[in-house]
Design a protein around this ligand. Sequence first.
Ligand SMILES: Cc1cc2nc3c(=O)[nH]c(=O)nc-3n(C[C@H](O)[C@H](O)[C@H](O)COP(=O)(O)O)c2cc1C
Length: 163
Amino acid sequence: MAVDAQSFKEALAQWASGVTVVTTLHEGEPIGITASSFSSVSAEPPQILICVNKRLFTHRAIEEQGTFAVNILGQEHLEWGKRFAGMIPEIEDRLAGIDAASAVTGCPVFTGALAWLDCRLIHAYDAGSHSVFIGEVLAAAARGEAADPLLYYYRDWRTLTDA
Ligand SMILES: Cc1cc2nc3c(=O)[nH]c(=O)nc-3n(C[C@H](O)[C@H](O)[C@H](O)COP(=O)(O)O)c2cc1C
């Protein structure tokens, strides 16, 4: 018998994570969601994973497009994290005002992000409510020095404090 939903949520809420915005294209138009289920998978060849809810439009778009980009947010990007999570409903164009470029796949990469990874979808695993998307990293860029990452922990946005 599986764990009850409340215990599952309470356990996962204790897991601190970084915050990304995953972007893709739908009929040439850029779209994206806030996602914290991001992980490195393989160094050689370079692969990462994201988990995306099957109910989201972005899920279908990634499957159809076969490409996506992961933008790692800093604490100065809190508003991006909120807007790509649908928490600022008055914003219709989530990309508005964000400096974005295209690397290999054409999916938007945010020039102001702490880092970005441009990916080709190579595996999609069914995982209950979500799909696990494995991406081969075709291009990446990063600030190259320590910054202030945006974090998510216990249902709230956080910043890092040195231990
Ligand atoms: C901090 C944070 C992390 C999230 N991580 C994920 C994630 O990893 N996968 C996912 O499918 N949704 C995740 N979400 C929820 C999506 O961002 C949200 O459902 C989506 O932006 C809604 O998009 P829509 O308004 O286009 O449906 C996260 C939300 C927040 C606030």
